[in-house]
Ligand binder design. Structure first.
Ligand code: SAH
Length: 400
């Protein structure tokens, strides 16, 4: 995207702000990321080494393999139902699903009688194209009639794949949901405590500098300050992502009704952090208000808020640190096997380097968290039944 394209979204926002006044950070973030013509994910979506930010599945195939094993382990622990849907929210380049499907394919002896389908929730036409190429080799058909999926195809391993814009369009049924670096991309509202009470942070034009944006505080309370701030709130600055809340509520309802599990992995906190809104471009921090549409904008996920929004329809586990989750899933053993099987030093160095990226507390090991939603009956044992298996990842993996 050249300099011309960058200016289009900024000019659109500038005109809008001048005409109708400041907007919430959530509205600004939604425009910058998913504006149908000029949004960052719509046009650019630069995930990977050559892009703007790198994610765990892009660093190492082991990451997706262990997550694939997590789903199999949950499927086995709940009595191997005859079918399941794998539903991924925000699949990026499709790498994570690709790695999971490779594991499913390697375990055909275990999964042979199970009817598996893949359902991807993706708003970006550009990224859905990249996913289709990665997963099906490009053999997909667009659905124009009023089908719920806008595209469908078959994976290289023979599993049907469907694309949707919204989780609500995914058919009901026993499902495993996966959201990796998805919730952090959803629009947040920001609030600031002042002497006169809570005020919402808004985005406005800078009257002094043409084409520049700035933050201002709402002059009085807003629907956001009324609805999203808890009376017992102790922080002075708070970020809330209502869209994440709505999606978690839907996941919880679906899991309560049809069974399955949801695995959420993201950087975040448990209701303790304050100002985490930031931008990334070419792997460097980027001013969130400059050149909207050209940088990834993100905010830490508040897991305490997600937990609250399940409304106790499901049990939740975590958040636990990525390095603990992956250790419990057996990453060390997997690394040893891969090291033994690789002859050349370059491959071995690459394996050790990517392990360090995922596990080192200074890198992704500590700031990334795993969080799960499970049906209550998965963890509470009815008296008559045999003992329940511990949930892998949050405990040590038992099936080896
Ligand atoms: N999970 C991938 C990509 C993370 S980037 C990885 O870890 O590599 C965020 C992803 O969510 C992108 O695919 C983006 O297009 C998608 N996305 C952002 N907002 C969305 C929304 N509201 N609904 C569906 N997908 C969305």
């Amino acid at each position: 995207s050249g300099a011309g394209a960058e200016a289009v979204l900024l000019r659109h926002l500038w005109r809008k702000l001048r005409a109708s006044g400041p907007v919430t950070v959530a509205e600004y973030m939604r425009e910058a990321l998913t504006n149908p013509a000029q949004g960052y994910y719509t046009r650019r979506g630069g995930i990977g080494e050559s892009g703007d930010f790198i994610t765990s599945p892009e660093i190492s195939q082991v990451f997706g393999e262990l997550i694939g094993i997590w789903f199999i382990s949950e499927w086995m622990a709940t009595g191997k139902p005859s079918s399941f849907q794998l539903v991924e929210l925000g699949p990026g380049r499709g790498t994570l699903t690709e790695d999971i499907l490779r594991v499913f394919n390697q375990l055909t002896s275990v999964l042979s009688k199970c009817d598996v389908s893949v359902h991807l929730v993706e708003v970006s036409p550009k990224l859905s194209e990249i996913q289709a190429r990665m997963l099906t080799g490009g053999k997909v058909q667009p659905n124009t009639e009023d089908k719920s999926a806008y595209m469908e195809g078959v994976s290289k391993t023979g599993i049907p794949i469907f694309w949707y814009r919204d989780i609500q369009d995914v058919p009901p049924g026993y499902s495993f949901y996966l959201a990796h670096e998805f919730f952090d991309a959803l629009p947040i509202h920001k609030f600031q405590r002042t002497e006169k009470g809570w005020r919402e942070v808004l985005v406005d034009i800078d009257p002094e500098v043409p084409d520049q944006l700035r933050f201002v505080l709402s002059p009085s309370s807003t629907p956001g300050t009324e609805n999203f701030i808890q009376p017992e709130e102790a922080r002075d600055h708070v970020e809330v992502c209502p869209e994440a809340g709505v999606i978690v509520q839907r996941l919880a309802c679906r899991i309560e009704k049809d069974g399955g599990a949801a695995l959420v992995a993201d950087y975040g906190h448990d209701g303790t952090k304050t100002d985490t809104f930031r931008g990334f471009r070419n792997h460097k921090l980027h001013d969130v208000l400059s050149a909207p549409g050209t940088a990834d904008l993100t905010a830490d996920v508040d897991f305490s808020y997600l937990r609250k929004m399940t409304q106790e329809r499901t049990t939740t586990l975590g958040p636990i640190k990525q390095r603990e989750f992956l250790k419990n899933m057996g990453i060390d053993l997997r690394l040893q096997v891969l090291l033994q099987n690789s002859r050349d030093t370059a491959t071995r160095e690459q394996l050790l380097h990517s392990y360090d990226m995922l596990m080192n507390p200074e890198k992704m090991g500590d700031c990334f968290n795993f969080f799960a939603l499970l049906p209550h009956h998965r963890l509470v044992q009815p008296e008559s039944k045999s003992p329940l298996l511990p949930v892998a990842g949050f405990n040590e993996l038992l099936l080896k």
